[in-house]
Design a protein around this ligand. Structure first.
Ligand code: CA
Length: 143
């Protein structure tokens, strides 16, 4: 199913290998239909998320150096510029207890990243189809 127009995903992940794998999966599944941007810290992610062109989906790792993922999520939700952006939290098994906290602070969904590359591939392929195509984004409603 083709996505409508190019959509921007901001991948917030400090682990270079995880970023590389996720970018490869998203690029191979969606090509030019999505643009993947990367931020290796929460501070950079927040800085990017408030600039144009708008980010349509944020994939957020919780275990980040410096500002942690939960704090990043809180700031995304408290800023009117970024409040409506869907945030999918990427969790490793050590972070399961944070899921409750992340939901309380407005995470839209969770995806486990600690399993096999094949499972990761299947999950990451589904995400943009749901969040960027099936789901109505706040900015679609404004247009
Ligand atoms: Ca991490």
């Amino acid at each position: 199913m083709p996505l409508i127009g190019p959509r921007r995903i901001l991948l917030v992940e400090d682990d270079l290998n995880h970023r590389w794998v996720m970018r490869r999966i998203l690029d191979s599944a969606f090509g030019d239909e999505i643009a993947v941007e990367e931020a290796e810290t929460g501070e950079r992610a927040l800085e990017r998320a408030t600039r144009k062109p708008e980010i349509d989906l944020i994939l957020l790792d919780l275990g980040l150096p410096g500002m942690g993922g939960i704090e990043v999520l809180k700031r995304i939700r408290s800023n009117p510029l970024t409040r409506g952006v869907p945030v999918v939290v990427l969790t490793s098994s050590q972070e399961r207890e944070d899921i409750q906290t992340a939901y309380q602070h407005g995470a839209n969904s969770f995806v486990s990243k600690s399993e096999t590359p094949e499972l990761m591939f299947q999950r990451l392929r589904m995400l943009p189809v749901y969040w960027l195509e099936l789901n109505q984004l706040p900015r679609d409603l404004q247009n």
